[in-house]
Write a protein that binds this ligand. Structure first.
Ligand code: PMP
Length: 449
């Protein structure tokens, strides 16, 4: 009898069979080194994770000390100083009435947790008929089934559709493609936000539990900040119909856009915010949900506790690492550098690629930027997806010693091409120049011009 068919080259299930990955062996500030001695400037922090670079002493020391003293204690039995201190730090920094923190192991778990908190809040407040979730097209909220259901990224959802819960989707805020020729940004924002109101009315306001959106759209559309006024209008609509607002800041939060929380710049606060990635900066897998006091009180005064939990909820070493990361950002004034280096990056991108025939849009905020590639700047027509532009840019960039993150929304039913840049908060002007120079060489090679 034939043995099992082997179609992968090692026992790891993480990648497509023929993908040859380089082996990372060392981190050095904003650089990663591989086992062949190549050095890569990490201009995307993986996927907007490594905000302190790869060898910052603060989280390394915190991990060593915490693991030596107490690596783990189950939150069903104990709390810990690391967990309590991180919760105090985050809730005291978060504008709005976000007074309670719930810790997870990453972004998808944070989104699942936020959705379940929203549901339990509705049940505890006598609104059990509220179970509907509204999200946005072209969004990404994670890969677990609940988070994937919320997401509007069609190709990620396709294989799993029968398993996904029924979420309806409204338009994202995507002015490059959707703003009318004679529409102001403000009018566009109001028009797009009003789609949410129409959807709430269509579903029946008393049945809608929450609206979830990324404050700055990250992983699918590529670093699209909301137009001014859009999120204010969204907040008003949610309030009008008693719908909870969840902002997903897994990618854009924790300083990435220049303020600790991206929503601060919009003059509003959500009822729940999800964070991860930059929270632990890659030193430990950790995420969190911050919840308003109203949600907390409804649950503790109702059935008494949140019906949820994972083994690694509030993992002690992960919390210690995250606290050290956040204290380093505060103590080293790194948010000032996000703004400073972010403006160099924006200027460099606009100067270098602003007139490029295949760069349709350059957008972002802080140290969170993306380029959208097009076949034709005038018509904004995307490239033929078979050309795999974003994937080739990623691969060629690696050959040039640059890590940038490829992605692409669906444009006219076809996969578009974006590249995201999210360098660490410690970058200086030399690093920014290196990133732009290597990106220019990469684009030249892939697009031959
Ligand atoms: N939400 C957003 C906005 C994200 O960008 C991501 C990850 N790219 C997630 C959720 C899921 O996070 P994780 O991969 O840590 O599960």
């Amino acid at each position: 009898m034939a043995g099992p068919k082997r179609n992968i080259d090692t026992s790891v299930f993480h990648r497509a069979p023929k993908t040859k990955l380089r082996t990372a062996v060392k981190g050095d500030g904003p650089y990663i080194l591989d086992d062949a001695g190549n050095r890569y400037i990490d201009a995307s922090g993986g996927a907007a994770v490594s905000c302190l670079g790869h060898s910052h002493p603060a989280p390394i020391r915190a991990i060593q000390e915490q693991a030596t003293t107490l690596a783990f204690a189950h939150t069903g039995f104990f709390t810990s100083n690391a967990l309590e201190n991180l919760a105090s730090f985050l809730t005291s920094e978060a504008p709005g009435n976000l007074t309670r923190a719930y810790f997870t192991s990453g972004g998808s778990e944070s989104v699942e947790t936020a959705l379940k908190l929203a549901r339990q809040y509705c049940v505890e407040t006598g609104q059990a008929q509220r179970s509907r979730i509204i999200a946005r097209r072209q969004s990404y909220h994670g890969n677990t089934l609940g988070a994937l259901s919320a997401g509007g990224n069609l190709w990620r959802r396709a294989a799993y559709e029968p398993l996904l819960i029924g979420v309806t989707h409204v338009a994202p805020c995507y002015p490059y493609r959707d703003r009318g020729a004679h529409e102001t940004e403000a009018d566009y924002g109001l028009r797009i936000a009003d789609e949410l109101e129409a959807e709430i009315l269509r579903l029946g306001p008393e049945t809608v539990m929450c609206f979830i959106a990324e404050t700055v759209a990250g992983a699918t559309l590529g670093c699209v900040p909301p137009v001014p006024g859009y999120l204010k209008r969204i907040r008003d609509i949610c309030d009008k119909y008693g719908v909870l607002l969840i902002l997903d800041e897994v990618m854009c939060g924790m300083g990435r856009t220049g303020t600790l929380f991206a929503y601060e710049q919009e003059g509003i606060a959500p009822d729940l915010v999800t964070i991860a990635k930059g929270l632990g900066a890659g030193y430990q897998p950790v995420g969190a949900v911050l919840a308003s006091e109203r949600i907390y009180e409804a649950i503790v005064e109702g059935s008494g506790f949140f019906q949820h939990g994972h083994t690694y909820t509030g993992h002690v070493t992960a919390c210690a690492a995250a606290l050290a990361v956040q204290e380093a950002i505060r103590d080293e004034n790194l948010l000032d550098n996000v703004k400073r280096a972010g403006s160099w990056l924006a200027e460099g991108l606009n100067m270098t690629f602003g007139a490029h025939p295949h760069v349709g849009d350059i957008r972002g905020r802080g140290l969170f930027w993306a380029l959208e590639f097009v076949a034709d700047r005038a018509t904004k027509a995307p490239f033929d997806p078979d050309k795999k532009i974003a994937a080739r840019l990623k691969a060629t960039a690696l050959d040039h010693g640059l890590i940038c993150y490829p992605m692409g929304g669906i444009i006219d039913g076809r996969q578009g091409d974006h590249v995201m840049l999210a360098p660490p908060f410690i970058v200086d002007d030399g690093h920014i120049a290196e990133i732009i120079g290597k990106l220019e060489a990469t684009i030249k090679e892939v697009l031959k011009g």
